[in-house]
Design a protein around this ligand. Structure first.
Ligand code: MBD
Ligand code: FE
Length: 260
């Protein structure tokens, strides 16, 4: 007799049963008719075929998952990973007397900005040699490897905090971002009368031993899209400002990682 390997997954069963129960209630409450149902299936099919499912999910659902998990927890609030994370980015190494420079082309367009911060633990200790992954859009407002023509790892890279948990990296000021409007996600935005904008943001991911990986974003005071971010990623403790120092833009924020 062949040994049957059971693929039963109790968590999937639990979540699916809950999902169906809520969908049944929703269908009743929304009075959905059959034509609306087939329209929805058609739209969802186009969404998937256009490769926009991760975009749509990250814009409209990810924030709710994070709020449910982290509201009122100690440490820096996580924010959206988003659809534009890429693995295998270059290591950015410190050269003596030089700042770390986030991967970019020679004569890269944009407003030069030095972004600095400190990484510490909820137990109060600074975190030396914490791994910091950073990505952002370029001066055309686009992300490399997705909508920009730039090389795959442009404005993407990773580096490590120093012995005091500090880091400083030279980059450019990120720009407000319009999510793509020419596909099924844009179609949905039109139906629901929403603009496609996210406020300018930096993406950061921190990894340190004995700590929960922190995936978050940084936002800047004065941005016109802060209150109506289409992806609802803004959190109060992720706000900072951009200042002028010696003819350059500087900005900084400290991060606190949760012990496991
Ligand atoms: C982005 O740049 C982003 O960060 C998220 C969360 C969703 C869409 C585009
Ligand atoms: Fe983003």
């Amino acid at each position: 007799m062949l040994k049957q390997i059971s693929k039963k997954n109790e968590r999937v069963e639990e979540v699916f049963n809950l999902f169906i129960a809520h969908v049944q209630n929703f269908l009743k409450e929304a009075n959905l008719n059959h034509e609306e149902y087939t329209n929805f299936v058609d739209w969802a099919d186009r969404l998937g075929r256009a490769g926009e499912l991760p975009l749509y999910a990250d814009v409209f659902l990810e924030s709710h998952v994070l709020r449910a998990m982290y509201t009122d927890k100690p440490g820096t609030q996580p924010s959206l990973l988003g659809p534009y994370f890429v693995e295998g980015t270059p290591l950015i190494e410190a050269k003596p007397g030089q700042p770390l420079v986030l991967t970019q082309r020679p004569n890269e367009a944009g407003d030069v900005m030095y972004f600095s911060g400190n990484v510490s633990s909820t137990n109060g200790e600074p975190l030396a040699k914490a791994r910091v992954e950073m990505w952002q859009n370029d001066a055309s407002g686009k992300y490399s490897a997705f909508d920009s023509e730039a090389p795959k790892y442009n404005f993407r890279g990773h580096f490590y905090t120093d012995e005091n948990g500090n880091f400083e990296v030279k980059t450019i000021v990120p720009l407000p971002y319009s999510i793509p409007t020419d596909g099924p996600t844009g179609e949905f935005l039109e139906y629901t009368d929403q603009h496609p904008m996210r406020p300018a943001h930096l993406h950061l991911m921190f990894e340190a031993e004995g700590h929960e990986t922190l995936i978050t974003q940084v936002f800047f005071e004065g941005d016109e899209w802060l209150e109506t971010d289409v992806a609802d990623g803004v959190r109060l403790d992720l706000m900072t400002k951009i200042e002028e120092k010696d003819g350059c833009k500087v900005s900084s924020l400290d991060f606190v990682m949760r012990t496991v």
